[in-house]
Design a protein around this ligand. Structure first.
Ligand SMILES: C[S@@+](CC[C@H](N)C(=O)[O-])C[C@H]1O[C@@H](n2cnc3c(N)ncnc32)[C@H](O)[C@@H]1O
Ligand code: SF4
Length: 420
């Protein structure tokens, strides 16, 4: 039998992108975006006090000197972009990490600079660590304009938190959620991880119930993934601990679905459940966005590119040079595929949204029939009024691409090329 890599990968690629060519990201500086209208902004804070061994994100141990260099470079990067983003409407500012609050005075300075530079009046969304969430810090964030927060609870079980190397306990996490809900943000999301070593169905039921009991607007649950480039993936120590099997994982998802429904939450994305009338917290589903900081990605509709992951190399490059490590051109068909990928993630494909973005003459059916029909036949997709609803999908292109460039960029500040 042909291995999936040789047979299925090019076939799915052809159905999604319309061509057989491999994706190639190369170390070329793309043009500055000059025709963006609606755009999301992102900045990455690549520092943490405790480096959790399971974490695949780009982060280094916090250091005062490196943070100061990072902050100066971030301002320089904003100044470089400003002339090209003057006409834009900004739909959101998302702050991810690492741990964005690792230096709170530094973060509020950066936030103020973003608001002033780009005259922001949009939602400001941020990822928080439970240990940084005393009432004063939360109020400071709210005063600084933060409207939506996402808290890394991960588990409400002390034994499991210890197993995975987190530096907080159940009480710290749940108290933090309670304070966050009381502070009055537009939306509070709690992140939980499942399929963790040593986690039983009963443990998981308690995790979901405990988080819902604090009154969060949204619950996001992620099965533990072990990217090859995370410390966990590298050491593979996790393989010595018994991890739950496929059937167990499916049961955990069923538990999440039924407990969420019981409390009036509905599923709003592959891994998320939302209270009715609450506003969805989401990091990655904007159509066009510009990312600032080490490892931040940007999608302009003409190019997809990613900054160097190395914090010192990022700081040293600016202001003389843009810190872009790898880029690739994006044609309209690929842009459509990218849009489709995130709609699949959000479980809904709307014909009217597609036509509004790509022109009235374009329809999802006409562009992607060879992809959508087999998915429909396989029961993964359902046609409904005005578009499609996804039951579950294997659309994985951007994730795969992210995996590949993340692997290369983690090893080298300025990698030569990545192809997929
Ligand atoms: C950048 S972190 C959250 C913010 C903050 N640094 C913290 O840890 O509380 C984003 C989220 O990704 C999820 N995550 C991290 N590593 C993961 C892994 N290996 N598998 C599944 N989810 C993971 C966790 O739920 C985590 O809260
Ligand atoms: S999970 Fe959060 S705190 Fe832990 S290393 Fe990753 S970004 Fe840092």
């Amino acid at each position: 039998m042909l291995p999936g890599k040789i047979f299925w990968k090019p076939l799915i690629q052809k159905m999604v992108t319309g061509h057989w060519r491999q994706f190639r990201m190369v170390p070329e500086e793309p043009l500055f975006p000059d025709s963006l209208r609606r755009v999301g902004l992102y900045f990455h804070v690549p520092f943490c006090k405790n480096l959790c061994p399971f974490c695949p994100y780009n982060r280094v141990e916090y250091d005062d000197t490196l943070f100061a260099q990072y902050e100066t470079a971030l301002y320089a990067e904003m100044d470089l972009y400003l002339p090209y983003l003057k006409e834009c409407e900004f739909v959101s500012l998302y702050i991810g990490g690492g741990t964005p609050t690792v230096n709170l005075p530094g973060l509020t300075r950066i936030l103020e600079r973003f608001q002033n530079t780009f005259s922001l009046s949009c939602d400001i969304c941020i990822e928080l660590h439970p240990r940084d969430m005393d009432s004063r810090s939360l109020e400071e964030l709210r005063q600084a304009g933060v409207t939506m927060i996402s808290v890394g609870v991960e588990s409400a079980n002390d034994r499991i938190l210890q197993n995975i190397g987190r530096n907080h306990d159940r009480k710290t996490a749940l108290d933090a959620l309670r304070r966050a809900v009381a502070t009055g943000f537009t939306s509070v999301n709690a992140d939980l991880m499942f399929a963790l070593p040593g986690q039983s169905l009963r443990d998981w039921e308690d995790d979901v119930n405990s988080v819902i009991a604090e009154g969060v607007d949204q619950l996001s649950t992620y099965p533990l993934f072990s990217f090859p480039y995370s410390d966990l993936g590298r050491s593979q120590k996790i393989s010595r601990v018994k991890r739950p099997g496929g059937r167990h994982i499916r049961s955990m998802l069923e538990i999440t679905d039924s407990l969420s429904a019981l409390h009036g939450y509905h599923r709003c994305a592959v891994w998320s459940w939302l209270k009715p009338s609450a506003k969805k917290f989401s990091s990655i589903t904007r159509h066009h966005y510009i990312g600032f900081g080490p490892s931040a990605a940007s999608m302009t509709g003409k190019n997809f590119y990613v900054n160097t992951f190395d914090v010192s190399a990022y700081a040293a490059a600016l202001p003389e040079k843009r810190p872009v490590a790898l880029s690739m051109p994006v044609d309209v068909r690929l842009e459509m595929a990218y849009w489709l990928y995130w709609r699949v993630y959000e479980l809904k494909i709307r014909d009217d949204e597609f036509a509004a973005l790509f022109g009235e003459g374009n329809s999802v059916d006409a562009r992607f029939s060879s992809l959508l029909r087999p998915l429909q036949l396989a029961g993964m997709l359902k046609k409904e009024q005005g578009g499609y609803r996804i039951t579950r999908s294997g659309a994985y292109w951007i994730h795969r691409l992210q995996n590949e460039y993340r692997g290369a960029c983690k090893n080298e500040a300025w990698p030569q090329e990545v192809s997929l």
